[in-house]
Ligand binder design. Structure first.
Ligand SMILES: [Zn+2]
Length: 232
């Protein structure tokens, strides 16, 4: 059966810009892809658009981007900038993991100056634990995630040390088109040049890994132990 890759981010832009290429590649290889955002990212609204209207725009952009990439998108609606670091949030994310039977998960690295990103990192780790916990009774049956990766995000760069490079050459254009669904991608809502940064980053990571375009991921330091019977 095809495996399912789930990208869980604090904000929709993080999901598509920093995890979208990996999801697109997984789908292209015959797997399933699901994006999850804990908020609509509505507080990133420019001053001439209300947060409510901007949240709707973010939802529309997310649905469009997911469609381009052939993946699903689950939008949770915790308030942007105020994602609650509570067991209830982790259980809600665990429910989404169980519902989609996610085998692989990508989320934020903890080296972030953004509070929502740090909380998302911690929430996802707890959610993976709860999803697998057989005695935790929820609507869907317990499910174990096989592997957790952290994404290469300009806001989560502290101590980010990639150890996995994924060739995304075959999905680069499609992923760029998906990113372009968001107003913030071309800097319409703020100063940061997301399109230049993430487009160039894929080229740079490709240079380091021998692919035309690549994304770099980091495995959890606790999951790096190799268990072998022989070194040869
Ligand atoms: Zn974010």
């Amino acid at each position: 059966m095809a495996s399912t890759l789930m990208a869980i981010a604090a904000h929709p832009g993080d999901a598509i810009f920093t995890m979208g290429a990996a999801v697109a590649q997984h789908v292209q290889q015959g797997g399933k892809g699901v994006f999850v955002s804990l908020t609509l990212g509505e507080k990133g609204a420019p001053k001439d658009i209300s947060t409510q209207k901007y949240g709707e725009m973010q939802r529309e952009a997310s649905e469009k981007a997911a469609k381009i990439l052939g993946a699903g998108f689950e939008l949770l609606t915790y308030p942007d900038a105020e994602i609650p670091l509570k067991d209830e949030t982790a259980l809600a994310v665990a429910d989404v993991i169980r519902k989609h039977k996610a085998d692989l998960v990508i989320t934020h690295w903890n080296g972030s100056w953004h509070k929502d990103h740090q909380n998302c990192h911690l929430i996802v780790r707890d959610a993976i634990f709860y999803a697998a916990l057989k005695t935790m009774e929820r609507k869907d049956a317990p499910h174990s995630v096989r592997r957790l990766y952290y994404a290469d995000n300009w806001e989560d760069a502290e101590n980010f040390k990639p150890d996995t490079y994924l060739d995304i050459s075959g999905v680069f254009d499609k992923w760029m088109a998906a990113c372009d669904a968001y107003p913030m991608w071309r800097g319409q809502t703020g100063f940061f040049r997301y399109n230049d940064y993430y487009g160039s980053l894929a080229v740079m990571r490709g240079c380091l890994s021998g692919f035309r375009h690549a994304v770099a991921l980091m495995t959890d330091p606790n999951e790096r132990t190799n268990r072998v019977r022989s070194l040869g």
